[in-house]
Design a protein around this ligand. Structure first.
Ligand code: HEC
Length: 176
């Protein structure tokens, strides 16, 4: 019995010892593992991808506008755009320009707002299609734009928002 206890004691002790050694060596090894800069790997890929990405072809948004939901668009606007844009008549410029009557407005023309040079060089009026491209991916549509917004990937959401933008005018432009 005594020898059994001794053996059992030894086994237990070495098991404990192994556990402690394991913990300690883990603690010693882990910091070294974490020192490897996992983030640095992604350093190059995205920048080249963004630079090389061609302007994306979007199917025309016009046909989707007739059935778009203005109320849903308003809710999306308040969540995604309102931090930077007011849209009421005579509303102040914030990070971005006021968007009252933006449909059909000359690009980069709202008074008192200092647009990026890319926006100033763009030219033309805001058509439904142009707004669609702008809110799909601002950086792809206007080189060096100040609009730091990732974009709305969902076509239905863009249609709803554009329908809302259209409604925010004294006399909304005709649908295409
Ligand atoms: C982080 C701030 C920010 C957010 C969020 C943002 N915008 Fe903008 N927006 C800007 C800025 C800044 C400009 C001016 C861009 C420039 O000068 O390049 C702009 C410009 C625009 C213009 C062109 C206006 C003009 O006078 O020519 C439209 C249209 C527009 N935004 C719509 C939207 C919509 C719709 C949303 C939400 C889906 C949105 N923006 C979200 C900052 C923002």
């Amino acid at each position: 019995m005594a020898s059994f206890n001794t053996v059992a004691g030894c086994v237990l002790a070495s098991a404990l010892f192994a556990m402690v050694v394991g913990k300690v060596s883990n603690a010693l090894v882990h910091p070294h593992k974490l020192e490897k800069p996992a983030i640095a790997v992604s350093d190059e890929a995205p920048t080249t991808a963004v630079a090389a990405a061609p302007a994306q072809e979007l199917p025309p948004i016009g046909p989707k506008l007739a059935s778009a939901n203005v109320e849903a668009g308003k809710a999306i606007f308040q969540k995604q755009c309102f931090t930077c844009h007011t849209i009421d008549k005579g509303g102040p410029n914030k990070v971005g320009p006021n968007l009252w009557e933006v449909v059909g407005r000359k690009k980069g023309s709202h008074e008192g707002f200092s647009y990026s040079s890319g926006m100033q060089a763009k030219g033309g009026d805001w058509t439904y299609e142009d707004i669609d491209h702008m809110i799909f991916k601002p950086t792809a549509y206007i080189k060096g734009t100040k609009m730091a917004f990732a974009g709305l990937p969902k076509e239905q959401e863009r249609a709803d928002v554009i329908a809302y933008l259209r409604s925010m005018a004294a006399s909304p432009k005709p649908l295409p």
